[in-house]
Design a protein around this ligand. Structure first.
Ligand code: NAD
Length: 442
């Protein structure tokens, strides 16, 4: 079957997918809770509803997106009509992570189908209930030659990566991103790599501290800190630190109660391996809030750490859990010293009332995307490209850009036949002056 031919067919299958997700939303939310106690509110906001919104927008705009896009012709080619034709790459492999296991598998899949590709999706093995429901839905909606789910772990991913693909879309860690890039290079397969990093959250002396604390607590502890764009560490003016910590404590207690373990709104660490990795990074003497943990339940409390050692285990790599180190600076130049220790992050946040300070941070540092006076929410606007830079990834998607990501852009010049200017043709004898004049004029 040739899936790239019919826009109606793409719309029809995407509508089927939309209906299947709406029909099974309760089961999807349950699967996410079974996998790592993702709160229902977060499951709707960041997983099911996100995919539903993306699907609706794609179905609505697909015909427009697939239309050849006219561009201004070049006078050198006069007379011509120039346009960009979007064609599907062909066979696409999507490898997804576990932290937003529904959304990060389905959103690229929607775009790949919209662009007319055949897809093989490998969801994460660490969230098996969600992977199972994804398989059920996909099998119900798509023919196996069109979209197929292959569940399993590293071996399955490696086997898939050893095959030839026309496009690979990977979301996950930097380390595995490198493996994917190397496998793609064998066949010169284009890739999108949506990776991670150590996302700084910088607060200057003009910031509204109370509001900053509220928005940082939300962005850091949603999904128990297992968010690729969660603030990784705070960098705050030294004299504001203790004030800010008390605001953070207040906000954590307001959000999750005196004992966050009992809160239905606080997720768990995905597995024991990650729990251990995180607990090993908590130095008890540095804890100013939280620090409790329970392996039975893969629970780690929202934890604030006073950190002043950039060489510590906690500061070595992306935290990816509910531990928030607070670092301080006195002079602005120290911000650069700290940030330059790390690879370009996926996100950066700056809290300030100073337009100059915000501008300086945005201009001076390279990062995937971010917010001024908020965290994480840049993800929600599908008119903004979402992706990393350097070690935090390559390529970007969301909204129209997702469709473009999965389409090859063919440039076409449709030349008229009623006129054929002879200047460009050999013999060039005596034509150099004229061509120079024209090129100069253009
Ligand atoms: P991961 O890299 O361990 O796994 C991602 C996928 O790759 C899984 O499907 C897994 O089965 C597969 N995989 C694992 N090891 C492999 C190997 N050796 N060879 C081939 N495939 C392999 O990542 P994760 O733990 O699932 O997710 C957490 C990471 O993902 C964090 O670093 C986070 O920042 C990043 N992330 C990035 C984004 C983004 O949009 N940029 C979103 C979510 C998560």
């Amino acid at each position: 079957m040739n899936y790239k031919t019919s826009i109606s067919f793409r719309k029809e299958t995407l509508t089927k997918l939309l209906n299947a997700i709406i029909m099974q939303e309760t089961e999807i939310i349950q699967a996410l809770q079974d996998d790592f106690k993702k709160p229902a509110f977060e499951a709707v906001l960041t997983e099911t509803n996100y995919v539903i919104t993306e699907l609706k927008a794609t179905i609505k705009k697909l015909r427009k997106w697939t239309q050849p896009k006219r561009v201004m012709p070049s006078l050198l080619n006069f007379p011509s009509t120039d346009y960009i034709h979007s064609e599907p790459y062909g066979k696409v492999l999507i490898i997804a992570p576990w932290n937003y296991p529904f959304q990060l598998a389905l959103c690229p899949l929607v775009a790949a189908v919209a662009a007319g590709n055949q897809v093989v999706l490998k969801p994460s093995e660490l969230t098996p209930k969600t992977a199972a429901i994804i398989t059920t839905i996909i099998e119900k909606v798509f023919h196996i030659n069109h979209v197929e789910v292959q569940e399993g772990g590293i071996e399955v991913a490696q086997k898939l990566l050893s095959q030839r693909w026309d496009y690979i879309f990977f979301t996950g860690s930097v380390a595995v991103g490198k493996i994917v890039a190397a496998a793609a290079a064998v066949h010169l397969t284009p890739v999108t790599l949506e990776l991670g990093g150590k996302n700084p959250c910088i607060i200057d002396e003009t910031a509204n501290l109370k509001l900053a604390a509220k928005r940082i607590v939300w962005g850091k502890f949603i999904n128990a800190g297992q968010t690729c764009i969660a603030p990784d560490y705070i960098l705050i003016q030294k004299n504001m630190k203790s004030h800010f910590i008390s605001y953070l404590q207040n906000e954590i207690t307001k959000a999750y109660g005196e004992n966050p373990k009992l809160s239905p709104d606080f997720a768990r660490i995905v597995n024991e391996k990650n729990w251990l990795r995180l607990v090993n990074r908590i130095t008890p003497e540095k804890v100013v809030f939280g620090g409790q943990s329970d392996i039975e339940d893969c629970y780690i409390a929202p934890t604030i750490i006073e950190e002043n050692d950039l060489e510590s285990l906690l500061m070595e790599e992306e935290i990816f859990g509910p531990i928030l180190p607070i670092l301080t600076y006195e002079k602005e130049s120290e911000i650069e010293t700290i940030l330059s220790k790390y690879e370009k992050p996926l996100a950066l946040y700056v809290f300030t009332d100073s337009k100059t300070f915000a501008k300086k941070i945005i201009r001076n540092f390279s990062f995937g995307g971010g917010c001024i006076n908020d965290t994480v929410v840049h993800f929600s606007n599908n008119r903004l490209p979402f992706g990393g830079v350097g070690h935090s990834g390559m390529g970007a998607y969301h909204g129209r850009l997702s469709f473009d990501t999965f389409s090859h852009k063919k440039s076409i010049v449709k030349k008229a036949t009623w006129l054929d200017i002879p200047l460009r043709y050999a013999p060039y004898n005596g034509k150099l002056k004229s061509i120079k004049k024209i090129l100069n004029w253009l």
